[in-house]
Ligand binder design. Structure first.
Ligand SMILES: N[C@H](CCC[C@H](N)C(=O)O)C(=O)O
Length: 293
């Protein structure tokens, strides 16, 4: 930066701090996030501003753009979730663990509550750098997903080539899960966009492709709404756990192996879905104020 006049390092640091915004680049099993902290002061972030930051070529790049906002009445933090296309999402399991770990480490706590537009998510620290999030109730009704008309959410009349007959549910965001014999034969990048935007999903949907390996283990690849294929998807793993058990394909607990790694899932008898996995910070940096204005 060319300085118009001689400026002492102290004043220069103060100037930079006043016109830049710190960010943290985090991920859960490679499902990656740019995290901004708006708890001390609001950040005027527009959907287009979020999309620009999320752009992998012209911005920092991420699967979801996360803003931490002040927590109130029982929640330690509010987590605002945006996809790279600027759309707001109601759930982001991997980011829930990441944000919880930040807030817990700040407070020296082992349990925090992350609030989203879909509800309050208690998260606890486990040994070995793992975090367990209660992702709340799986919503199973067609209006909950939502679907465009009354349909049995256990068997949707939807198909693309050899892939057909998904189950659907909501984890605060819409998910459909296809069960396939061989995940490596599914052209996810080819059929994902059309399934995401199929008219049966008035709000679009996240599309999971699951291969059951045993009653306690499945592979999963997700085409995410507004983001495309990601290395992992926490809410997608929740939906796959729920839909697999509903179909009688697994018990209530399973390891879900995604390209980025494993999540350990449980659909509890009370309907809550527990998701256990790691968190990571890749790097930190600063954005110019103009990036979010
Ligand atoms: N990656 C996130 C899911 C983002 C969901 C978003 N794509 C939507 O529009 O619902 C997760 O770990 O749950």
């Amino acid at each position: 930066m060319a300085w118009p006049v001689r400026v002492s390092p102290g004043w220069r640091a103060l100037y930079i701090r006043s016109v830049t915004i710190p960010f943290r680049k985090m991920h859960g099993l490679g499902n990656d996030f740019v995290v901004l902290d708006a708890r001390a002061r609001p950040l005027p972030i527009t959907p287009s501003g979020a999309a620009a930051i999320a752009d992998r070529h012209f911005g920092i790049g991420c699967d979801q753009f996360i803003v931490m906002e002040p927590g109130t009445d029982g929640a330690d933090v509010f987590m605002r979730i945006r996809n790279p296309d600027g759309s707001e999402a109601g759930a982001c399991g991997n980011a829930t663990r990441c944000i919880a770990s930040l807030v817990a480490d700040e407070a020296g706590a082992d349990r925090v509550v992350v609030r989203t537009i879909a509800g309050d998510l208690p998260v606890e620290r486990l040994p070995g750098g793992l975090w367990r999030a209660d992702m709340g109730l799986a919503r199973l009704g067609w209006r909950d997903v939502p679907l465009a008309r009354e349909v049995d959410t256990l068997h949707l009349p939807l198909a693309r080539g050899e892939v057909a007959d998904p189950a659907a549910c909501s984890m605060g965001n819409p998910h459909a899960t296809f069960f396939v014999p061989d995940l490596d034969r599914v052209p996810v990048a080819e059929i994902g966009p059309g399934l995401e935007t199929d008219p049966i999903f008035p709000d679009r949907a996240n599309i999971g492709f699951a291969q059951i390996l045993s009653p306690e283990h499945m592979r999963l690849v997700i085409w995410e709404r507004g983001a495309g294929i990601t290395l992992a998807c926490g809410s997608g793993a929740c939906a796959a756990m729920v839909n697999a058990h509903r179909r009688g394909l697994t018990g209530r607990r399973a390891t879900i192996t995604m390209p980025g790694g494993d999540l350990f899932m449980e659909w509890r008898a009370d309907g809550h879905v527990l998701m256990t996995g790691p968190v990571a910070t890749a790097f930190t940096g600063t954005l110019p104020d103009s990036a979010v204005a």
